[in-house]
Unconditional design. Structure first.
Length: 272
């Protein structure tokens, strides 16, 4: 009789291997979930502080970038925190500021605070290496400001793509001027006139100054009103300040908005 070879316990090893894989996956999922939960708690605390600091009616959107969060938390150094708030009104009668639909953004680079303090909401000692702040001034505010001089309607903001972008001597230098195209309507003696205005925006004393060079009308017989319209659109828009009191250093024209931006170094997360 031929001796039978004993069967190898493959099923047990196979089951053990599957169990280990499943265990690793479950632990990984739990760690990721815990990391996101911890990050969310930190984002909530920063949102609360930023609501106070930026004087907002609602909590801004806050995102702590970088994964895993726990490694940044253990170092007490959060490399990039994004803060976004939309439709923000800013009114300051003393400074003559009355804007009602700003988009406010701040990018915090290397926010330094201990995890225990962050989760407890105690950020009085927190500091930020660099803050890059910006505000977007949209067409709604431009329409309202323009109407204080001459009745305009449906003004839109676009970059003037007819103007070739010149390479600056220092590519890293902030841009203090930008070509702009404004389109909209005005009313002349009861007649609605469609206009397109071309010019520039410039950074002047921390504000945006609009300067119009050329205006096209859909009714060429009314060209005599062009100087009046050019003067009416020469509007200065001052948001008062950027997030964290950063000094404005650059202007841009985007589709639908003017953008004013700047940065500041070595600032506290909240006022002391």
């Amino acid at each position: 009789m031929t001796a039978q070879t004993p069967a190898r316990p493959r099923k047990k090893k196979s089951r053990r291997g599957k169990f280990l894989v499943i265990t690793v996956i479950v632990l990984g999922v739990l760690l990721v979930a815990a990391d996101f939960a911890l990050a969310a708690a930190g984002e909530y605390q920063i949102a609360q502080r930023m609501r106070e600091k930026l004087q907002l009616n609602e909590d801004p959107a806050v995102r702590i970038n970088g994964f895993p969060f726990i490694l940044q938390a253990l170092r007490g150094d959060y490399q990039h925190v994004e803060i976004r708030a939309y439709g923000v009104p800013i009114r300051n009668e003393q400074q003559g500021v009355d804007l009602r639909d700003l988009d406010v953004e701040a990018d915090l680079l290397h926010t330094r605070v201990e995890l225990a303090d962050l989760l407890a909401g105690n950020v009085s000692k927190a500091t930020i290496d660099t803050v890059k702040g910006s505000v977007r001034i949209k067409a709604m505010d431009l329409n309202r400001l323009a109407n204080q001089v001459t009745p305009f309607d449906k003004l839109s903001i676009e970059p003037d793509n007819r103007v070739a972008t010149q390479t600056p001597a220092d590519p890293k230098a902030p841009k203090t001027t930008a070509a702009v195209k404004l389109s909209g309507q005005t009313n002349v003696a009861g007649k609605v006139i469609t206009l397109t205005a071309y010019g520039q925006i410039a950074l002047v004393s921390g504000a945006i100054q609009i300067n119009i060079d050329d205006i096209e009308l859909d009714d060429a017989s009314l060209k005599q009103i062009i100087p009046q319209l050019r003067q009416a659109l020469a509007i200065k828009i001052d948001p008062g300040t950027l997030p964290f009191s950063a000094t404005p250093t650059a202007v841009e024209v985007e589709s639908g908005a003017f953008k004013l931006s700047g940065e500041i170094a070595d600032v506290p997360l909240v006022q002391r």
